[in-house]
Design a protein around this ligand. Sequence first.
Ligand SMILES: C[S@@+](CC[C@H](N)C(=O)[O-])C[C@H]1O[C@@H](n2cnc3c(N)ncnc32)[C@H](O)[C@@H]1O
Length: 313
Amino acid sequence: MISQVSGTLLSKQLARTIAIRARTTRTYCQISTGGVDQKEAWRDPHSISSSLDVQSSQAIIKRLESRGTDPIFTSLFDTYFPYVIENCDKALEIGAGTGVVCRALAESGFEGTVLGLDQSEQFIQAARDYASHLPNVNFSVVDARNLKTGVKSFGSDFDCLLMHTLISHVEDPLAVLREAREVVEQGADLIIVEGDYTGLSYHSATKPGLSESLSRALVTATFAQPGVVRDLPALLRQSGWSLNRASGKCVSEIGDEFSYWKSFAQAYMPRVSGSGMISQEQVDEWWADQLEHVKQKQFFASCTYYTYFATAV
Ligand SMILES: C[S@@+](CC[C@H](N)C(=O)[O-])C[C@H]1O[C@@H](n2cnc3c(N)ncnc32)[C@H](O)[C@@H]1O
């Protein structure tokens, strides 16, 4: 059992290791032509989704679809679907994954057309299968870094661009926002939903240091740009978008509520130990502690998600 004091020391050591590994990862990653090399494999999996093997892609497809049925996740739709349904005719989702957002929008009464783009062929194949009953929903394999070429054949009259948890998964958010601006006319809407993962926290009353370290490691293993949501006001301005409004929603589970943050941890814990950021032993110790907190109705995890509304200027 780790005391609060040793937990804090442990936390500092782990945080240093995580920071060093995170920095190193960014500089040595190279996508090999034959697939994803060993070190590359531990980067944010979404940022390299077009190079993932079938097994990893299938695991993410499963995770995106299961996340799409979680009421905590779908409650984020309420922050912008009414606006899109009321004001837009031709929507484009960039980073659509398996099409959860596009389908939900069409099924919520959106009568216009929606095109979902993703860089992963496997995700787009799954998206087409899941949405085959929706005539106004289409998908295409397009890299957000190369939107101009990718969407050329679909026209430039999109009146609403959506990025639902995409921008934290790209290495260069400013370049993606600039590309997005290039494919629409002045006056088009851009809606971005993103978490502030720098504040993502799983708490532990008994092992606070270990839990803080695991929280940071999960973030490092999952997001290329965990704090980008805080930079969006500046990035939007630099890329030809005018910010209209933004609001935050705390996505928390407390007591014995444990679904959204359970599946997030289960999906990404293997990357924390696999990358060597934190040993499997410590990950197991943390997970057992979290499960005990749930059993005792003392669980606490939270992260704030933001919805930004901007207009092309
Ligand atoms: C967290 S998922 C979100 C998927 C979907 N919006 C949802 O909420 O279910 C992030 C998605 O962004 C995609 N992505 C990451 N970088 C991309 C890029 N450069 N171009 C296109 N898609 C990208 C990934 O393949 C992944 O499907």
